[in-house]
Design a protein. Structure first.
Length: 335
């Protein structure tokens, strides 16, 4: 009887269980490393998150509300669009699942039916999934690419290179904001900020579930009951276009997922000191599957983390030299 119990105790777990265990441990270790990196920045006080709203918020808020009312009162969705003609949205995308395609349809429709603006889309993949969905008022590029890795930073720079509006919006297709957030962020850039995050840092991210997406409309954002999740650095950013180009655009040495969004904040906060976020504004994120291009299982993730560590050791002058002499910059007319 005892020997039977012992033999049962000593049974090795199935191979699939072992694989799952180590994959899970690998994921936890990687999250631990990035969390320590956040702490590393905090201790050195090199990243100072703004804790006050912008000084001209009330004035801009009044303008935003007025423009939203004009849009909502229009009889036809194509009439009375909110003007964001000073801004260009640059949207890189790889359709790696049904979720991503659905998110694109929702976000693209939302932008076009809410704003009169400029949109550039760069799709990469084995085949085009979007060409038939793109309207004539949108600039669209497709790169046939069988590689699984999505080099987001390179596609963003390609689009940034042809932007000729004063404001550039680095936009994640899985993200939606309330109209006033787009308007205010654009106006703050015009007013002199170099980089604006259109949501408050902290627990201000709300998930748009698959169920909500099925019947999504503009009012869906007002009726979400999802728990607020931590948000910082990513999702979408509004840039002064000249400043974005002057200080290197996107660092193409960051490949696929993470943590280029932290580096981007560190760089522009160090070089311009004109970075802020919209206090009391939320960001709404549409759920999607998490493959290597959306998680720490990106094969380039460790390389990216090391790059971030090295860059955040640079002084302001060293940072300027680094981006002035970066190899990828030579491909573009940024200066």
């Amino acid at each position: 009887m005892n020997s039977d119990k012992k033999s049962n105790k000593e049974k090795k777990p199935k191979k699939s269980s072992i694989i799952y265990y180590f994959e899970k441990r690998k994921l936890i270790r990687k999250f631990d490393r990035i969390n320590r990196l956040f702490l590393f920045h905090s201790k050195r006080n090199e990243i100072e998150v703004p804790d006050e709203s912008f000084t001209k918020k009330n004035f801009f808020q009044d303008i935003a509300v007025g423009e939203i009312l004009i849009h909502k009162s229009a009889e036809n969705p194509t009439n009375g669009l909110i003007s964001l003609q000073d801004a260009t949205f640059i949207i890189p995308i790889k359709i790696d699942g049904d979720d991503r395609l659905e998110n694109f349809k929702i976000a693209y429709k939302y932008l076009r039916e809410t704003f009169k603006t400029n949109i550039i889309i760069y799709e990469s993949g084995p085949k085009s999934n979007l060409e038939k969905l793109i309207e004539n008022d949108t600039t669209y590029f497709f790169e046939k690419n069988d590689c699984q890795t999505f080099h987001r930073t390179r596609y963003l720079n390609f689009m940034l290179n042809i932007v000729n509006t004063p404001v550039t919006v680095n936009y994640d297709i899985d993200v939606i904001l309330k109209p006033e957030s787009y308007i205010l962020a654009t106006k703050y850039i015009i007013d002199g900020y170099s980089l604006v995050f259109p949501y408050e840092f902290g627990f201000n991210q709300l998930a748009i579930s698959r169920e909500v997406k099925e019947n999504f409309d503009a009012n869906s954002l007002n009726n979400l009951n999802s728990e607020k999740i931590f948000s910082k650095f990513g999702f979408c950013q509004f840039f002064d276009t000249n400043c974005y180009k002057k200080y290197g655009g996107e660092n193409e040495n960051f490949i696929s997922y993470g943590p280029e969004d932290i580096e981007r904040y560190y760089r522009f906060n160090t070089l311009t000191n004109k970075v802020g976020y919209l206090k009391n504004h939320n960001v709404y994120h549409m759920e999607h599957q998490r493959g290597p291009n959306s998680s720490v299982f990106n094969p380039f993730y460790d390389q990216n983390v090391l790059l971030l560590k090295n860059i955040t050791k640079l002084s302001k002058n060293q940072l300027i030299d680094y981006y002035k002499n970066a190899d990828y910059i030579k491909k573009y007319n940024f200066n």
